[in-house]
Design a protein around this ligand. Structure first.
Ligand SMILES: [Zn+2]
Length: 446
């Protein structure tokens, strides 16, 4: 169960109070700057809100806030924008009645002249709460504030009253703000109460992922679900940017290795990929958690080894995917759900026919895997199915239509593809020999 502890906090001295006010004010200023950058881009048709240079803002504010709080404030603004885009989509979707008012982009937290709304958000690793006779909250502050107030770097605050939920296992991020109506500082802390199922998997189901470039993730679960996250368009745009970077590089004067424009393109390319990956991890793991999955197996980059990929394309996809970074991100997100991630380099899963077990007779044409035995199916989904079968004792027989997702620049939205699974693929898979004739081959990640 997720619950929230809300409590009143009091600084222990006048200096402490001023420090706290400065911290909250700098957080509001950072929020406003990030929001302004995004709003400008939102109002400009040729720009993308996610291209705002938040790294530069983080750099400017980490002195006051500390790097982790600066990041957390920016991330909270990101969430607000994502929520806005989701609502906008629901608003324009006639079949969806959950949003009836025209959604507005995230607002500002006051302004410098009239005063900002004093508010911040602190990551769970940057504060501690100690409950007891004299309950205490301690938060980390940045080096600038620390120096200005000749402080220890940890601001101590007294907590008034008792917690609503003292017995928790895991603390979430802390919201901290000044309530003007009664001139009080307040904090709220989401906690996972100990008898809760949220932080532990709901069952012991398994999922296997096949990771590629055209289909970023193909996933099969032991609960017979299949998900496909399509990456064609993202990948295409990545290639366009790469080409543009190469073109600009070829025009550089001798002795020059980069330019402002090139660096900007690189940053843009990276941010887009990171944003899509982050959102993918969240979307996928929420689904897997709901399915009761406790272990996820990740195979590696199978479709990039297909014959129509040149060596050059391979290098680029590795680069694009930053496979290691992606699996780390996935593992971090999975941890929040209590799901463990196992990376395995799987040989031949992408070529194996799930019907007859053959690995050398199958052919892959774009997304379709065919076998002379009569099998025809989606190559990446089939690969994740085969991969899953090797790692579970349970029967794997996805019967439902796979859910497909496309990236719309903000979210992964599900799209329905009729006739997704050809009839042949509905064959009873329990007749397949699980240990088939799988050769011990080379790692497919290269
Ligand atoms: Zn076959």
């Amino acid at each position: 169960m997720k619950r929230t502890n809300t409590f009143t906090v009091r600084p222990l001295s006048d200096d402490g109070e001023q420090l706290l006010r400065d911290l909250l004010d700098a957080s509001a200023a950072l929020w406003n700057e990030v929001n302004y950058q995004r709003l400008m881009r939102y109002n400009d048709e040729d720009e993308d809100v996610w291209d705002a240079d938040t790294g530069q803002l983080e750099g400017r504010y980490k002195g006051a806030l500390g790097a982790s709080t600066a990041q957390q404030v920016i991330w909270t603004n990101t969430e607000a924008w994502r929520g806005f885009f989701q609502n906008k989509q629901k608003y324009h979707d006639e079949s969806n009645t959950s949003v009836t008012d025209h959604p507005e982009p995230p607002g500002f937290r006051g302004n410098e002249d009239k005063g900002r709304q004093l508010k911040t958000v602190i990551r769970n690793t940057s504060y501690t709460v100690e409950w007891g006779e004299r309950s205490r909250l301690e938060i980390l502050v940045g080096s600038e504030l620390k120096d200005r107030y000749n402080h220890t770097g940890r601001l101590r605050l007294e907590i008034a009253g008792d917690p609503n939920w003292p017995d928790y296992e895991k603390q979430g991020r802390l919201d901290l703000w000044y309530d003007e109506t009664d001139s009080t500082f307040r904090a709220s802390q989401p906690v996972t109460v100990s008898d809760d199922a949220q932080a532990t998997p709901l069952a012991d189901e398994t999922a296997a992922l096949d990771i590629g470039a055209n289909n970023l993730v193909a996933c099969t679960t032991t609960t017979d679900e299949q998900y496909l996250y399509e990456g064609r368009e993202l990948f295409q745009r990545f290639r366009d940017k790469t080409r543009e970077i190469a073109r600009l590089q070829s025009k550089l004067e001798e002795g020059c290795y980069s330019s402002k424009r090139i660096r900007r393109l690189y940053r843009k390319r990276t941010r887009r990929r990171d944003h899509a990956q982050e959102a993918l991890c969240r979307d996928l793991l929420e689904r897997l958690y709901t399915e009761g999955v406790d272990t996820v197996y990740i195979g590696g980059l199978t479709d990039v080894l297909d014959t129509h990929w040149s060596i050059e394309a391979n290098a680029k996809t590795h680069n694009f995917w930053a496979f290691k970074q992606f699996t780390e991100r996935l593992a971090c997100t999975a941890e929040e759900y209590g799901i463990s991630v196992e990376v395995r380099s799987e040989a031949w899963t992408s070529q194996e026919c799930p019907q007859c077990g053959s690995t050398d007779r199958t052919t892959r044409q774009q997304d379709t895997l065919t076998c002379p035995c009569g099998f025809e199916g989606h190559a990446d989904l089939t690969a994740s199915e085969t991969f899953l079968r090797r790692h579970t004792e349970k029967a794997v027989r996805p019967m439902a239509r796979p859910v497909r997702f496309e990236w719309d620049d903000h979210d992964w939205s599900g799209i329905s593809h009729p006739h997704e699974r050809p009839k042949e693929q509905r064959t009873d898979l329990s007749t397949v020999h699980r240990d088939g004739n799988v050769a011990s081959g080379e790692s497919s990640t290269g």
